[in-house]
Each structure stands twice: as structure tokens, then as C-alpha cells.
Design a binder for this molecule. Structure first.
Ligand SMILES: [Zn+2]
Length: 215
């Protein structure tokens, strides 16, 4: 089932939700088309992402076409969320951690490229701190070296933001390669107003630009 329109951007992912509109995951165009073909798409919203031509129907003799939207609500099995989206704790990895912190070193407040950043344990592991979202921050090498095996207080450092555990919707947002405005708006509705990400997303939407992910 080859893509037919060169203008279609097949690198753009669609946001898959459950029937109730709970964001579930990003799907590439192959998975999205599969969901349509399996009849698992209950409804879709957002903008048209791509139009894919299928085979010729033996009944009508016409070529089938699948149109994939930026947000697709699906029936069927959802990814395993353990205790459900509410209790979900996303896996911790540096890529998502740096995005959570907008590639800012939370000690000196400067922006760095991802390869120049490290994961710092606010309360060091050696002092009983955990390797968990609420105890890790993005730090540049210089600040991390300076801090060493000390707490910020012991090292005379101050955090410019408080580390937090992303909710499921926030995690999906942070994992998005490129998030379209309509997808951002949709995710925003699932992100608590008190979250620092809520503010950041709302600003991006207002300024009509996607947040610049620094690689
Ligand atoms: Zn720094």
C-alpha cells in the first residue's frame, strides 16, 4: 500500500487515543492505516495527515482510500498501563528527562544540547536518593561535576525548577517527535493546569509554534 501523494508527510505521527479520548500513544502512518483497515478507528479529529491508496475492491471495482487524521480514537486493546493512566509512572530515560526540563541545566539555568547534558540525582544515590523522576534533574556537566556526591544545599546550589513525575499525557507529549498544534491542544486538555508543562504548551500554542526540541 504505497503512499500516493508526495505532499503527504509520512514522517508525521498520529496521536492515538481510546474511545473516551484518553491519549494512548503515537503511531506512524503504517500503524495508523492498519487501525483504519482493521476497523478499529471509532472516530477521528484534528487535521488530515495523509491519504493512502489501498487495493481495488472486488465488490465495487473502485480503489479504496484511507485518510488518516492527526488524532484517531480507537476501540480495542490499549497499551498496558498497569494500574491505569492515573497511577502510571513513565519509564525514566535521559531523552525524556531533558525534554521535561527543556534542555535547561536546572542548576545554572542555561540551555544545552542533549549531548552536553547529564542526569543528576538531587539527593545523591550514595545518600539514599532514588533514581526516580522526582529526584532527577537535567544538569550540565560542569554543574554536575561541581555538585559531585552532595545535595544542592551541601554544594551551595539552588534548583531553578522542581523536578516532577510526568503524567501519562505529559509523557506522551514529551515523547512526540513533532507535535502538531491540534495534537498539542488535545494533549493540553489532559495535562493538569498546575503542571509546568501546561504553561509551556499553552505558550507554544499562543505563539503558534511547536516547542523547539534541542537534540
Ligand atoms: Zn549547569
Amino acid at each position: 500500500m504505497p503512499p500516493d501523494l508526495p505532499a503527504n508527510d509520512f514522517s508525521q505521527q498520529a496521536l492515538r487515543t481510546d474511545v473516551a479520548g484518553m491519549p494512548l500513544e503515537w503511531v506512524d502512518y503504517r500503524d495508523a492505516v492498519r487501525l483504519y483497515c482493521l476497523g478499529q478507528v471509532a472516530y477521528s479529529c484534528g487535521s488530515l495527515l495523509y491519504r493512502v491508496r489501498g487495493g481495488i475492491s472486488s465488490r465495487s471495482g473502485l480503489r479504496s482510500t484511507v485518510e488518516v487524521n492527526s488524532i484517531i480514537a480507537t476501540v480495542g486493546r490499549s497499551p498496558d498501563l498497569g494500574g491505569g493512566p492515573r497511577d502510571y509512572v513513565p519509564p525514566l530515560n535521559n531523552k525524556t528527562l531533558f525534554r521535561r526540563d527543556s534542555n535547561l541545566c536546572l542548576y545554572c539555568g542555561l540551555v544545552f544540547q542533549s549531548r552536553e547534558l547529564t542526569r543528576d540525582h538531587v539527593t545523591p544515590l550514595s545518600q539514599g536518593g532514588g533514581d526516580a523522576w522526582n529526584n532527577v534533574v537535567t544538569a550540565c556537566r560542569r554543574c554536575n561535576n561541581h555538585k559531585g556526591g552532595r545535595t544542592p544545599e551541601q554544594a551551595g546550589l539552588q534548583l531553578v525548577a522542581v523536578p516532577f513525575t510526568p503524567t501519562y499525557a505529559e509523557y506522551i507529549y514529551l515523547k512526540g517527535r513533532r507535535v502538531l498544534a491540534d495534537q498539542m491542544e488535545f494533549l493540553l486538555a489532559h495535562i493538569p493546569r498546575s503542571s509546568p508543562l501546561h504553561r509551556r504548551l499553552a505558550r507554544s500554542l499562543r505563539e503558534k509554534r511547536e516547542p523547539a526540541w534541542i537534540r
